[in-house]
Write a protein that binds this ligand. Sequence first.
Ligand SMILES: Cc1cc2nc3c(=O)[nH]c(=O)nc-3n(C[C@H](O)[C@H](O)[C@H](O)COP(=O)(O)OP(=O)(O)OC[C@H]3O[C@@H](n4cnc5c(N)ncnc54)[C@H](O)[C@@H]3O)c2cc1C
Length: 290
Amino acid sequence: MILPPVRYVRPQSVAEAASLLAAIDGAAVLAGGQTMINALKLDLVQPTALVDVHRLEELRGIEVADDGSLVIGAATTYAEIAASPVVRHHQPSVADMAAGLVDRQVRNRGTIGGNCCLNDPTNNFPPLLTALGAWFHITSTAGWRSITADTLFAGSLATALRPGELLMSVRLKPLPEGTRIVHRHLQLAADSWALARVVVRLDVIDGRVEDARVVLGAVPGSPLRLATVEQALLGHPADTRLTDAALTAFDEADVETVGDAHASAAYRLEMTRVQLRRALDDAVERSVAA
Ligand SMILES: Cc1cc2nc3c(=O)[nH]c(=O)nc-3n(C[C@H](O)[C@H](O)[C@H](O)COP(=O)(O)OP(=O)(O)OC[C@H]3O[C@@H](n4cnc5c(N)ncnc54)[C@H](O)[C@@H]3O)c2cc1C
């Protein structure tokens, strides 16, 4: 497949990138290009120009803020995140997610910002960052703002980003002691889309669930928080009965799944249930072991 002709610009700063995005009607951000280039070849998108931010130093890198939050630049690649001892120490689930993503080629080019701004329902990071309660720092010629994951992710392939806005960084506050994060997913091959994805977060204090987040991927509206399942977990002792309580709530939640050439809707629903059960069992096991 041949790329259609498209204007390409490489700004030298975030300010210049924001100016270009504001000045060129229909311009799009290019980060790792792992989705954008394929979408261009398939004529799924028709930007008037590509504003390449992949090498902007201001968008790259990993640091710990004064309040202990982990801040990851939007153009930081999966490979850089996976290799970072800082991420491993502060948010091990993020390091694991980056290390397990697709293959070496995609990990070397793809960025956490691109993953979030695309918000494909099968993408890895949106459900995890929703469970972690991430904040997103966004800039444009109009100024900057910070929004939560619950706000940024606005449904499949949709975000709250406005035209001309650039995602700068992802910010993750330290997790309370006693928090367990478990990610489970099912995919047919390393480079195929997930059929089911579940992220469970349990904040356990004195053997009880103080707070819970249960987030699905690979379903319509991903990342999808299951409020009734979270409610069923609140205050529950962190033991094996917790899984039964959550699965009962899951069965009553009428989760929608979609069938396609890879799997039927019923199979995806059942596999989502299986991933949820495994994630909860794992979270409980880790709580007991801690
Ligand atoms: C074979 C293959 C398999 C894959 N499998 C998976 C998988 O299993 N799970 C998964 O999560 N991903 C998967 N991907 C997608 C991959 O993770 C992409 O890297 C990701 O979706 C987009 O990141 P990117 O940096 O390449 O962004 P790009 O492709 O450059 O951009 C993606 C979108 O985000 C926008 N964007 C990017 N950065 C910013 C920013 N800073 N501010 C505003 N908008 C921005 C772009 O304008 C574009 O709309 C796969 C890709 C390939 C090629």
